[in-house]
Design a protein around this ligand. Sequence first.
Ligand SMILES: C[C@](O)(CO)[C@H](O)COP(=O)(O)OP(=O)(O)OC[C@H]1O[C@@H](n2ccc(N)nc2=O)[C@H](O)[C@@H]1O
Ligand SMILES: Nc1ncnc2c1ncn2[C@@H]1O[C@H](COP(=O)(O)OP(=O)(O)OP(=O)(O)O)[C@@H](O)[C@H]1O
Length: 293
Amino acid sequence: MAGDTLAPAKINLFLHVGAPGADGYHPICSLMVFADAGDRVTLHEGDALAVKVRGPFAGQLTGEGDNLVLRAARALLAEARGPQVPKAFILDKRLPVAAGLGGGSSDAGAALRLMREDMTPRLDDAELEAVAARLGADGAACLWGRPVVAEGRGERLSPAPGLPILEAVLVNPGVSVSTPAVYGAFDAASVFGDVEPPTLPEAFESVEEVAGWLATTRNDLEAAAVALAPEIGDVLATLSDEPEALIARMSGSGATCFALCQSEVEAETLAERIMAMKPDWWVQRCRLGGPWT
Ligand SMILES: C[C@](O)(CO)[C@H](O)COP(=O)(O)OP(=O)(O)OC[C@H]1O[C@@H](n2ccc(N)nc2=O)[C@H](O)[C@@H]1O
Ligand SMILES: Nc1ncnc2c1ncn2[C@@H]1O[C@H](COP(=O)(O)OP(=O)(O)OP(=O)(O)O)[C@@H](O)[C@H]1O
C-alpha cells in the first residue's frame, strides 16, 4: 500500500535550557509548534528498504544509509511482530538541513506513521512514540506534529495550551549549524537557564497576546548560535526592524528564525520584503499550530 504525508517543520516558540547532566544532555523546557510547511515523505512497496531524496535541499543530505527515514524504518522493523513487506521511500527535502526545524526528526516521524499503517499487527501509539524517542531528543515531539510542551531531554511531552493558528515567516540565512556545537558553545558560556515550566495561560485570545507572552520567555541557545554563526544575528536584527514582526526569535539550535505576524497578509508582506532584501536567504511564509498531517 502506498501513502504520503507532510513532515512538518518544528518551531520552538521558546526554548529554556539548563545545565547539562552527567551524560552531557541538557534539561529543557520548550513550547513546540508545527508549520503547515515541511518535507514530504512518500512510501511504496519496493524490492529493498531504500530512500530516494529529491527536492531543493536534497544536496545537503549525504549518505543514504544515515538518513533518518531509513534509521526510523530499521528501528520500526526491529520492533515488528511478524514478517513485513520491504518499503521504499521518497523524501522531498524542502526544509534546510541542520536548521533548527527538526527536519530529520519530522521525516523520521512521517516514515514511522506511514509504515505503521501497513503493519500487521500494528504497533500502538505508545510503542511508536518509544521508537521515535530513541532516534533523537526531538523524535517523540516530531512524531505527532501537535503543539506540545517538551521537558526532560525533550521526550517528556504534555499538551500545549490553547493557541490560535499563528501566521509566521521562517527565515534561514543559508548557514547550517550543528546542534552539538551550539550546545557546546552554550556550555562554554556557563550561563544556564531556568527550566521550571513558566506559567502558561490556559488559552490565548490572539496572536498579539501570544507574542506578548512569549516576550517573557527565551531561546537560551540564541546567543551561543549567534556566536557560531553571526548571520543569525543579522536575521534577528532584520526581522525585528520590520513593522509586521510582532516578535522575532531563533528556533531550536538555529539558524532558522521565525517572526509572528498579525495576519496572513502581513506575513506575506514581510516574507516578500525579506526575499527582495536578501535574495540568498531561505524565506517561508507559513501557519504555525498543528497537527497538519
Ligand atoms: C535544540 C532542540 O532541537 C530543541 O528542540 C533539541 O534540544 C535537540 O534535538 P535533536 O536535534 O533531536 O537532538 P539529538 O539528535 O538527540 O542530539 C544532538 C546533540 O544535542 C545535544 N543535546 C540534545 C538534546 C538535549 N536535551 N541536550 C543536549 O545536550 C547533545 O549534544 C546531542 O548529542
Ligand atoms: N532526513 C533527514 N533530514 C535532515 N537531516 C537528516 C536527515 N537524515 C539525517 N540527517 C542528519 O541529521 C542532522 C540534523 O538535521 P536536522 O535538519 O534534523 O537538524 P535540525 O533541524 O537542527 O534539528 P533539531 O532542530 O532537532 O536540532 C544533520 O546533520 C543531517 O545530516
